[in-house]
Design a protein around this ligand. Structure first.
Ligand code: PMP
Length: 392
């Protein structure tokens, strides 16, 4: 049996490309934040995680360029050996302070932060307990660990308690949830989870990739829900509000020190490049100095959700600037995506298995830098196409 046989059988994506309904890996040749260009066709970007619009901020651009001038383009080695700059440590100190934890550790991506932290902490005989909608990088971190994996129904605290109850009392337990769920835009019920975790001696880790910079005045979902001190580990990424690439984990000094010396994705991979670290630092500084950006993206999220609902769209349980438009059918979702794309709106179609059947959706997300005119145009286009396709 040729191990490549499956690659010849994999035709679904090729067929979609041929038919012109392939919505992934779209190569853009201009990207100025709220507007992008594909083959000369200008679109309003409603599918990015650039929540604060900082990827094009002059201070962030300049910080990245200055870092290249000063340190070059790469650290060419792991944090563990030759790849640590003072700037990495400054970034860690500033992040720890921002999320109100003793220490933070920077990884080269958010994916690597989850892979490294979860697999370092969850050892043989331990349990890692996941929400069924957790991000793939958490699931993969759990799979890499030597512990056992248990799951509970999405945001179902009663089920979480049942699962915890069923595990051996003496075993180490780590519950890991997204702070803001990346597809639905809903918040983890952290306030309700904290006492349940405490009752069963479980530690709680929150992946706040989509909450950091947006919720809790920019400090994240735990801060928004008033449980920062009770959440043991806060993880986030630089690839969204921080306008860069990288990730971090924050918590108690000893725990972060342990992860630093056990996370294989940190030790055996090159450190975040100078430009990316500098961009994240500059973005953090802007978050501290310009709280109006956070207020603006929250305001936009509320306005868009309300407008979509008034038109008759199903936007699920979103409480953030991620607003799903639930269509409930693969083909309709692709047709809708294509009509929007041609009309000049970029969104992300999400079909099963990424979401359960019946929950196929268009993921829309917003930035503090979207203008009211752009948003009105997006709403108008959604209204026209939704009517034409009899979705509303
Ligand atoms: N966690 C969540 C919830 C995410 O959405 C993502 C990225 N989509 C990641 C982790 C991984 O982050 P990164 O892009 O920095 O690898």
């Amino acid at each position: 049996m040729d191990i490549f046989e499956k690659t010849h059988q994999f035709t679904a994506a090729k067929e979609a490309i041929k038919e012109g309904y392939y919505p992934y890996f779209i190569p853009l040749n201009e990207n100025e934040g709220t507007e992008v260009v594909y083959k000369g066709h200008r679109l309003i970007m409603c599918g990015s995680n650039n929540y604060l619009g900082l990827t094009t901020h002059p201070k962030v651009r300049e910080a990245a360029m200055e870092a290249i001038r000063r340190y070059g383009t790469s650290c060419t080695g792991s944090r563990f050996l030759n790849g640590t700059l003072e700037m990495h440590e400054e970034l860690e100190r500033r992040l720890a302070k921002w999320v109100k934890k003793e220490a933070a550790l920077v990884f080269s991506t958010g994916m690597q932060a989850n892979l490294g932290a979860v697999s370092a902490i969850v050892g043989r005989g331990d349990y890692v307990i996941l929400d069924k909608d957790d991000h793939a990088s958490i699931v993969d971190g759990a799979r890499l660990s030597f512990g056992e994996i248990a799951r509970f129904r999405h945001n179902d605290v009663t089920h979480l308690e049942k699962v915890l109850q069923s595990l051996p009392e003496s075993a180490g337990k780590l519950v890991v949830v997204d702070g803001v769920f990346s597809m639905g835009g809903d918040l983890a019920l952290l306030k309700e989870m904290v006492p349940v975790c405490q009752k069963y001696g479980a530690r709680l880790m929150v992946d706040d990739a989509h909450g950091m910079g947006v919720m809790g005045g920019g400090r994240g979902t735990a801060e928004e829900l008033g449980v920062t001190a009770q959440v043991d580990l806060i993880m986030s990424t630089f690839s969204k509000s921080f306008a860069s690439l990288g990730g971090f984990i924050a918590g108690d000094e000893d725990v972060v020190h342990y992860i630093k010396h056990h996370a294989r994705s940190l030790i055996f991979s090159a450190s975040i490049p100078p430009a990316n670290a500098a961009a994240a630092l500059a973005a953090l500084e802007i978050m501290e100095q310009e709280p109006e950006r956070v207020q603006r993206v929250i305001h936009i999220g509320k306005k868009m959700k309300k407008s979509f609902e008034e038109m008759g769209y199903n936007t699920g349980n979103s409480q953030t600037p991620i607003i799903p438009i639930i269509i409930g059918d693969d083909q309709k979702t692709f047709f809708f995506w294509k009509a929007l794309f041609e009309a000049g709106v970029f969104v992300n179609p999400v079909i099963s298995p990424a979401v359960p059947p019946g929950m196929q959706l268009l993921r829309t997300s917003y930035m503090a830098t979207h203008t009211d005119e752009q948003l009105d145009q997006v709403l108008e286009i959604f209204y026209q196409i939704g009517k034409q396709m009899a979705i509303i």
